[in-house]
Design a protein around this ligand. Structure first.
Ligand SMILES: [Zn+2]
Length: 269
């Protein structure tokens, strides 16, 4: 069904590599010079596929929602299990945020590296059975070095849930904060210490039909207090210039969580 566009939210985000990042090419039909190359744009610039980042966020979020469901004794917060079911249910909060049967609400663009520099590391294949190195099974692995910054955008179509204007934005920002404080990992070789990253949100812009009519660039609704790029390596503070507005947006999401009942039940009342 065609859904009217009330508002589109664009979250200007960066991924900062804290330890070497390896996001490989999944289809390895073409012979490669390096056994394990990182995925690159046609001009040689490494990028993080939006689907990878979105997948990590969805997975984290699903685990959180299932835990909250037990904690708040609200079964409607339970999300559908994409690993065991072939079809997303389209009704749970996870489907509402990340897309199920309808077009996805949260969309993540590919994140492009500011520099095309990569580093080759030696790797040793480890036997799954013995946990020992397999002799002569050495390979080379290409990684994006520490300190590399990737630029990208996360988009939210119609951020509203029920009467909460920015509930989905609150959800996304909470997810980013949770990710930065806990998981922080992306890509392959995380057991070897690869793939520690930090998500930095710079600002959040809003576009409405009126912005389209007036040809404006939308308006900035949140601007985060980020440090200079050089000393951004370890922390991201969940603070912005419009702190009250941010708190309100986060609160909208928290309220949604406490009161969420599946769409089908809402409609039948
Ligand atoms: Zn679902």
């Amino acid at each position: 069904m065609f859904e009217k566009l009330d508002e589109r939210i664009i979250i200007n985000t960066q991924v900062v590599v804290i330890s070497s990042l390896h996001i490989g090419i999944s289809t390895t039909t073409a012979p490669q010079e390096i056994d394990k190359a990182v995925i690159k744009a046609p001009d040689g610039t490494p990028f993080i596929p939006g689907s990878s980042l979105k997948g990590v966020l969805r997975c984290d979020n699903d685990r959180l929602l299932n835990s909250l469901s037990d904690m708040l004794k609200n079964n409607d917060l339970k999300v559908c299990d994409l690993e065991t079911s072939s079809q997303p249910c389209g009704k749970c909060l996870s489907c509402l945020l990340f897309g199920g049967t309808q077009a996805s609400s949260i969309r993540v663009k590919d994140f492009l590296a500011q520099s095309s520099k990569t580093v080759i590391r030696d790797g040793v294949a480890i036997s799954r059975k013995t946990r020992k190195a397999i002799t002569k099974a050495k390979y080379e692995i290409e990684v994006v070095p520490k300190g590399t910054i990737f630029d990208g955008e996360i988009m939210i179509e119609n951020p509203k849930i029920n009467n909460h204007k920015y509930a989905k934005l609150g959800a996304l920002l909470s997810m980013v904060n949770f990710f930065n404080n806990t998981n922080r990992s992306l890509g392959g070789g995380t057991s070897r210490g690869f793939g520690e990253v930090l998500l930095i949100v710079n600002n959040v812009r809003s576009f409405t039909a009126n912005d389209y009519l007036e040809s404006t660039g939308g308006k900035i609704i949140l601007e985060f207090n980020n440090k200079k790029e050089s000393d951004r390596s370890m922390t991201w503070k969940f603070e912005c210039k419009e702190q009250e507005k941010l708190d309100l947006i986060l609160k909208e999401w928290q309220t949604t969580l406490k009161k969420f009942r599946k769409v089908s039940e809402n409609e039948s009342h």
